[in-house]
Design a protein around this ligand. Sequence first.
Ligand code: FEO
Length: 388
Amino acid sequence: MNTEITNSIRYIGVDDLDIDLFESQYVVPEGMSYNSYLILDEKIAVMDTADRRKAAEWHKNLLAALDGRKPDYLVVHHMEPDHAAMVAQLTEEFPQLTVVLSAAALKMLGQFFEHTDFTGRTLTVKEGDTLSLGSHQLSFIAAPMVHWPEVLMSYESQEKVLFSADAFGKFGALVNETDDWACEARRYYFNICGKYGTQVQNVLRKAAALDIRTICPLHGPVLSGDLTPYLNLYNTWSLYEPETEGVFVAYASIHGGTAAAAQRLAEMLRQAGAQKVAISDLTRDDMAEAIEDAFRYPRMIVCASSYDAGVFPVMHDFLFHLQIKNYQKRRVGILENGSWAPSAGKVMRTMLEGMKEIDIAEPVVTIRSRMKETDLPALQALAEAMAK
Ligand code: FEO
C-alpha cells in the first residue's frame, strides 16, 4: 500500500490477518488493521503504536519511515493495548522521546507498564492545547468515551488532518479493503462505541467546526475526498436513528419450532409490504452482526424458546448486549415458544421495557412446541403491525 498520506505524514500501521477474535470477542474474517502514523517535520511525532501481536512489523515500518532520524514525540490518543502496546518499548529505544497524552491516559500508563519509569518523559495535554512540530501544528480534542475515558483526537492544521482515534474505524485489514466501508464500520461502531452516542455527538460537534480534509483513524482506511457520507452515518448512528427502512427478525430456537415460526413471520412481513426483512439465527450467526442489524432497522421481532422458566440463553445474551449498547427508539415485536409453561415472552418483554423508548407491538404471539394453522392469524396480525 501507499504509505504516504501526504508528503510529511506517513502510514506506519500494520495488518493482522491471523487474529482469531478481535478484543477476544469479535470475529474478523477480513482481519484487522492497527493504524499508526508518523509526522515528519523539524520535530517528529509518532501517532500511536500498535497491538503487541504485530510489534516487529510495526517497528520495521517505523524505522523505515524514520530513515535514520529519531522521533521527538509519541502522541498516545488511546491507551487500549491494540494501539498503545509499544509505548514503553519506544521510550526505552529513544531516550529523548516525550510521550504526549491526556491526564487520564497518564494514570493508565503505570497500570499497563509498571516496570517503566516515565518520570520526566511525559507531556500532559488537554482540549485546546497545541503542539508545534515546525510547520505542522497539532491541536488536541478531548473525546472521552470514544471509546475509553482518556481518549484524545488531534487535528493537524497545515494539512487539515484529523487523527480520530477509534472513531471512523472499522473491522478488516487494509489489504482486504473494499468500496463498502459502511458494512464493517457499522458492525464495529455499534459493538464498540454503540453505548456512547452522546459522547460521539459531542465530538461530531467539535469536528464540524474544523476544516477536515483527511481522517486518520486507528483502524481501517484513511478517509479522504468527500467526507460527508462518513460524517452523516456517524451522525445517524450516534443519534440512535435507524439507517435503513425494514424489519429485523432475530430468533433463538432449540429444536427448529421457533425457527420455522420466525421464517414464516419473515415471509408474512415481506407479503405485508416490508421494504426489507433481515433475519438472524442467534444460535449460529455472528452476534455482533445481529446487534448491528438491530440498530440498523427501525423495527425488530424477537422470537425465542422458553428455557428453565426463562428465555433460551442466547436470546438473553442478545438482549443483554442491546441493553448495554443503549438500544433505544425502536418498535419491537415478540414471539415466544413453550411446550408446557411459556416463559420467554415475559423475560423478553421485561428486558425490552428496561430500555429507552421501546414500543412493544401487539399481539405478543405464543406458540406451543410447533407453529400450527391455528397460530397463523396471530402471526399475521404481528406481521401486519410490524411491516411498515
Ligand atoms: Fe481500537 Fe478502543 O481500541
